[in-house]
Write a protein that binds this ligand. Structure first.
Ligand code: FES
Ligand SMILES: [Fe+2]
Length: 385
């Protein structure tokens, strides 16, 4: 077991994770060391599945969504045949980035704005000005290059690793759990997407979201959330490469997010969260008719893009409670956590810290940090073992 009561060398990049209850937390440099970050990029993010969006975002031919993965970029399109395709988002002429917006809709082609090479929605090169003057040039040799994609529980994922196990295999059992709490999983459309740059390592953001210890101990908005659920029943469960943290409703709640509950409709009155390795979360706030996505996208050792997606059932109006919850997440709960992420990130550099301690206690299951240990272990194993 590592020492936990004295600062350790900031260059010590090993961790004994064998005793979650009595042992130390993963050492602080794992949250800012550039070498660790480079290893995470190569060993985690170049091989994992990345959430792009919901299948309903690809309902019409020409719809596209761009997903950046570090310096790589993938464009996912709805083909003329109605099928979803994923391509490396780069022109085969001289390597110009093809689509530059996060999402949009094109007529029939993806057009490069440099020399106007145009690609069909199925990736084939349709036209390339003046190439008829070239000897030995064939359009067939210059199609967009495919990226592997999958649809899991109604959501589109891509990976840069052709050998990665399918999402359904990596997260066996997760879809059933999602369908239990999110009955409109197949029927939702994007309402809003909010991107926030956070000066914190992606794991600092993740670990904050997967423990209930700080709920009734940090800021006032967290206490509001804790009051909406029967907090004693909050349960955090690890299943290898996916995890859930779920709270039953507080039966006495009459209002939520400043709105009366009377007449509201919801996906679930539970606080439902499910995380998929490494950085995708789906959730629903109690009494809201929406599915939220929460993705921490690493930009640098101490910079992340936090992407909040809000999806609501197609064809019925978004209830006032749900609208209020989205606003509350964007302006209250989110910022309260982000402030903690940033102060946590700063503190991790301190010479007065090296490793800490997990609050893991089976008598306090709703507040226990066992999921944080589980997640840290997965990260450590991915880059070090
Ligand atoms: S780089 Fe795309 S057309 Fe030239
Ligand atoms: Fe929080």
């Amino acid at each position: 077991m590592g020492k936990i009561d004295s600062p350790r060398s900031q260059s010590d990049l090993t961790w004994d994770y064998s005793d979650p209850v009595n042992g130390p937390t993963i050492p602080a440099p794992f949250f800012f060391d550039p070498q660790i970050f480079a290893e995470e990029k190569q060993r985690i993010f170049m091989h994992c599945w990345h959430l792009v969006g919901h299948v309903n975002e690809f309902a019409e031919p020409g719809n596209y969504v761009v997903q950046d993965i570090f310096e790589q970029s993938v464009v996912v399109t709805a083909g003329a045949d109605g099928r979803i395709h994923a391509w490396h988002n780069v022109c085969r002429h001289r390597g110009n980035r093809l689509m530059t917006q996060r999402r949009g809709k094109v007529g029939g082609v993806l057009r490069c704005q440099y020399h106007s090479w145009c690609y069909n929605l199925d990736g084939g090169l349709r036209s390339a000005p003046r190439t008829e003057h070239l000897a030995c040039f064939s359009k067939e040799d210059h199609s967009l290059r495919k990226v592997r994609h999958e649809v899991f529980a109604g959501w589109v994922f891509v990976t840069l690793d052709d050998a990665a196990p399918p999402v359904a295999e990596m997260a066996a059992g997760a879809e059933a759990e999602m369908r239990r709490f999110l009955p409109d999983l197949d029927n939702v459309v994007l309402v809003e997407e909010t991107d926030v740059i956070v000066d914190a390592n992606w794991k600092v953001i993740q670990e904050n979201s997967i423990e209930g210890y700080h709920f009734d101990l940090s800021g006032p908005v967290h206490k509001e959330l804790a009051a909406l659920i029967d907090f004693k029943g909050y349960t955090l469960t690890a299943h290898d490469r996916w995890w859930t943290y779920i709270g039953p409703p507080n039966p006495n709640a009459t209002h939520a997010y400043g709105e009366p509950l009377e007449g509201a409709t919801w996906q679930t009155d539970w606080f439902f969260n499910i995380g998929l390795w490494p950085n995708t979360t789906f959730y629903s706030f109690p009494y809201t008719d929406m599915i939220g996505t929460f993705i921490m996208i690493p930009l640098g050792p101490e910079k992340s893009l936090l992407r909040f997606g809000y999806y609501a059932p197609k064809g019925r109006p978004v209830p006032a409670v749900t609208k209020a919850a989205i606003e509350w997440m964007n302006t209250q709960l989110g910022p309260e956590d982000i402030e903690l992420n940033v102060t946590n990130q700063k503190g991790l550099h301190s010479m007065g810290f090296g490793s800490g301690r997990y609050l893991i206690d089976e008598n306090l299951p709703n507040q226990s940090e066992h999921l944080v240990h589980h997640f840290h272990k997965l990260c450590y194993q991915a880059i070090r073992e």
